[in-house]
Design a binder for this molecule. Structure first.
Ligand code: HEC
Ligand code: HEC
Length: 227
């Protein structure tokens, strides 16, 4: 009797383990769909697997998922978002934003192939953003569309920024040194708008400087010109 019930328990246990394994193989791991930024709406199981029905071989994104996401509780973490799993020039985040496939290099976003245009647009948005300072003004309040209100600030004339970038780097009396355009932008942010200086190599400053520089397109460079 004792050994019989032991056998019985083993049989049941085996059965349960087998069923669970079967369920997990047959149903796959559908929970992962819900972990994707688009909930798997664009490519389903095929977001990570070569077979669109799931299971089996994984594509490059699926492999990165296994190596990175699974270490963080099966989550789409920042590190994975910033990777370009299929090496087509677009990060996984950009691919999800454009509904293109993060694991297929032949599928990539159209229309944002011009990184300069993208950064200039971002810089222009910052130029109009009062959040850079604490005085309720944006760059655009004094330099409307990159030009000048014609007004004055303290005892300084507000200059137009058309052509300004072509005169940098230059000596600034108020800084008592030669400064770059980005440092000048920071002077307006910190001294005039009473905001926090941006890190010179931050995405924001690169965007702002790219926009301000674009206002000098086709100008001849005259380093140090003007005050
Ligand atoms: C976010 C990425 C991702 C999605 C979406 C995804 N899987 Fe997977 N899948 C994996 C990873 C990584 C593994 C390997 C690790 C594991 O076994 O859990 C895997 C393993 C599997 C396995 C196990 C054995 C094997 O064949 O390698 C099956 C079955 C499976 N997935 C089915 C599916 C099905 C069905 C779907 C859609 C409902 C799906 N998966 C969606 C990433 C994904
Ligand atoms: C409240 C008005 C005001 C605001 C807001 C302002 N500026 Fe200025 N800006 C000035 C004044 C005044 C000068 C001249 C300062 C000087 O010569 O030292 C100037 C100078 C500059 C110059 C140098 C131009 C040249 O030819 O040397 C640049 C570049 C510039 N601003 C960019 C910006 C940017 C970018 C912002 C927003 C982050 C901004 N400014 C916000 C008033 C402003």
């Amino acid at each position: 009797m004792k050994s019989k019930s032991k056998k019985y328990i083993i049989a049941i246990t085996t059965c349960i383990v087998f069923t669970l394994t079967l369920i997990s193989v047959v149903s796959g791991r559908p929970f992962r769909l819900g972990r994707l930024p688009d909930k798997g709406e664009s490519f389903g199981c095929g977001t990570c697997h070569e077979n669109p029905k799931g299971g089996g071989k994984r594509n490059d994104f699926g492999e990165d998922w296994r190596n990175i996401a699974m270490k963080s509780g099966d989550r789409y973490v920042d590190e994975l978002a910033k990777l370009d799993s299929d090496k087509d020039g677009y990060t996984n985040d950009k691919e999800f934003a454009a509904n293109t496939h993060p694991g297929d290099p032949k599928s990539k976003p159209e229309g944002i192939n011009d990184p300069i245009a993208e950064v200039i647009a971002k810089g222009k948005a910052l130029f109009n953003d009062t959040k850079l300072g604490t005085t309720g003004t944006s760059c655009n309040s004094c330099h409307p569309n990159g030009e000048t209100t014609g007004g004055q600030m303290m005892d300084m004339k507000i200059p137009t920024l058309k052509g300004a970038a072509a005169t940098f780097p230059k000596f600034k009396e108020s800084a008592k040194r030669v400064i770059t355009l980005s440092m000048m932008n920071n002077m307006c942010i910190s001294m005039i708008m009473e905001g926090k200086s941006l890190k010179l190599d931050s995405e924001e400053m690169v965007a702002l400087t790219t926009y301000v520089t674009s206002l000098s397109n086709n100008e001849k460079i005259k380093v140090g010109d003007g005050k």
